[in-house]
Design a protein around this ligand. Structure first.
Ligand code: ADP
Length: 455
């Protein structure tokens, strides 16, 4: 509990308050003492001046110290001091307590204070203030004024206690505000560790902790989607493997039972199924390579126009089978530095997708051009397009807009993922522009400059 943020906050606040109050008390005391000393000094000086003037006047009036005894007695009563007056020979000529008259006082007397009594031509005597006697009545009034109210230390202690009380309340509310999202985060993290990504952290504050909780929620949503994709992957791969394998087994059993003939037509069907299996395995292999960053690009100078022409030729039979007009921009001759095989793979993936999703008799266009020091390639079809809500996911692994339709075409939703990774490995970018019902356009860029091999 002592390690909790709430306690740490509280302890640090209390420490700050105690240090502040302590320092304030110390400095206030020092300042007050200095002021009292200054006032005492001023008062003593005024008193000395008054007394020595009285004694001097009395001496001048009488021509002797006769009247000084009465002056000292009155002053002693007034100021509460034991006062002694000596002449120039240090003989006591007046004593407010009438005890040492006639005696000699040494110059090293232990008196707290002394003052010279001046005559017309200079000093005529010395006035001695006895040690240990309380200060004058005028100062008592000053001290009395201070003691009439609560002392400074008491006020400081009270204000310190009040500050600690406020700190307690503040710490409770502030820590509650800070810790609620953190506690919620801890709870959600524990659930996430058990692969439960359904719960979200409770977010209300707009501070850094709130920001952290929001980022955490975004990460959870992403993890949840990845987990779903992972689960789908196993199901999808199993299904994609099962379908052609079941078909192949059917053909083989049919032949061995004599129900089917091992003729060219049957063998072509078997080859088709094997082709699907091979494509799935190749896609998975490619994906593993690009995602682990282990794919080595064989970069060399090549002509993008040639690659586009070759890819168009490769998909021509598919386009012809659906009476789709494949329009290739003949002007797109652009020398690039790239892995020709991988760029062809990108072009073929996009063209096959376009042909697959374009209805019979439709049109697929492909062109390339220089844009801001890069080459941009576009593959456009007039198929059904891709809905806005699906567009952010088309490049994700195993994403298929229409599962049953994709299966019929042999795709498992890996084509565009691999395509994007290949484009990115060439330091390019790919995007989809589409409106549902108005065809889809896939655009990707490649740098004209030589590309470096990925690490
Ligand atoms: P697949 O290999 O299953 O075709 P892709 O990764 O190539 O997977 O594509 C992902 C999904 O994007 C497809 O299931 C398809 O629904 C959609 N898609 C891709 N290209 C197009 C296109 N030209 N027109 C409409 N939808 C497309």
């Amino acid at each position: 509990m002592i390690y909790s943020v709430r306690w740490q906050l509280l302890l640090s606040m209390v420490a700050v308050i105690l240090i502040t109050v302590g320092m304030t008390a110390l400095f206030a005391n020092l300042a007050a003492n200095a002021e009292i000393n200054r006032l005492q000094g001023q008062d003593a000086a005024a008193r000395d001046e008054r007394l020595t003037k009285l004694l001097s006047d009395a001496y001048l009036y009488d021509g002797s110290w006769l009247g000084s005894q009465a002056v000292l007695e009155n002053a002693s009563t007034l100021y509460g001091e034991h006062l002694v007056l000596t002449d120039l020979q240090h003989q006591v000529v007046a004593d407010s307590q009438d005890s040492v008259i006639g005696q000699y006082l040494g110059t090293t007397s232990t008196s707290r204070h002394k003052a010279s009594v001046l005559g017309v031509e200079g000093p005529i005597g010395t006035l001695w203030f006895s040690p240990g006697v309380p200060t004058g009545a005028s100062l008592d009034s000053v001290v009395g004024a201070e003691s009439s109210g609560p002392s400074l230390s008491l006020l400081l202690i009270l204000s310190g206690l009040l500050a600690v009380g406020v700190a307690l309340i503040l710490t409770f509310f502030v820590s509650h505000r800070i810790l609620r999202p953190l506690e919620s985060l801890a709870r959600v993290s524990r659930l996430a560790a058990r692969r439960d990504f359904t719960v979200r952290a409770h977010v209300q504050s707009r501070d850094e902790v709130g920001e952290l909780a929001r980022t955490f929620n975004t990460m959870l949503a992403e993890l949840s989607r990845t987990e779903e994709l992972r689960r789908n992957l196993v199901g999808d791969v199993a299904h994609e493997l099962r379908t052609p394998l079941t078909n192949i087994r059917g053909y083989v059993e049919g032949i061995s039972d004599g129900v089917m003939q091992p003729d060219a037509e049957t063998l072509t069907s078997i080859r088709g199924e094997i082709h699907l299996l091979t494509r799935l395995i190749e896609d998975l292999q490619d994906l593993a390579l690009v995602e682990s960053g282990q794919m080595q690009l064989k970069v060399r100078s090549c002509d993008l126009g040639d690659l586009i022409k070759d890819a168009s030729l490769a998909v021509h039979p598919q386009a012809q089978a659906k009476s789709i007009s494949l329009e290739v921009d003949e002007a797109c001759r652009l020398p690039i530095q790239a892995d020709a095989q991988r760029v062809s793979q990108v072009l073929c993936n996009l063209l096959v997708n376009a042909i697959t999703h374009t209805p019979t008799g439709g049109r697929v266009q492909i062109w390339a051009r220089k844009v801001e020091g890069r080459v941009q390639v576009s593959v456009k079809d007039d198929g059904p397009g891709i809905a806005a809500e699906d567009q952010p996911y088309v490049f994700e692994r195993f994403f298929r807009v229409d599962k049953s339709r994709s299966r019929a075409t042999g795709g498992v939703g890996l084509g565009l993922t691999i395509t994007r990774r290949l484009v990115e490995a060439h330091q390019g970018q790919i995007e989809v522009i589409s409106q549902a019902g108005q065809g889809a356009e896939f655009r990707f860029t490649l740098p004209l400059e030589p590309v470096s091999q990925p690490a």
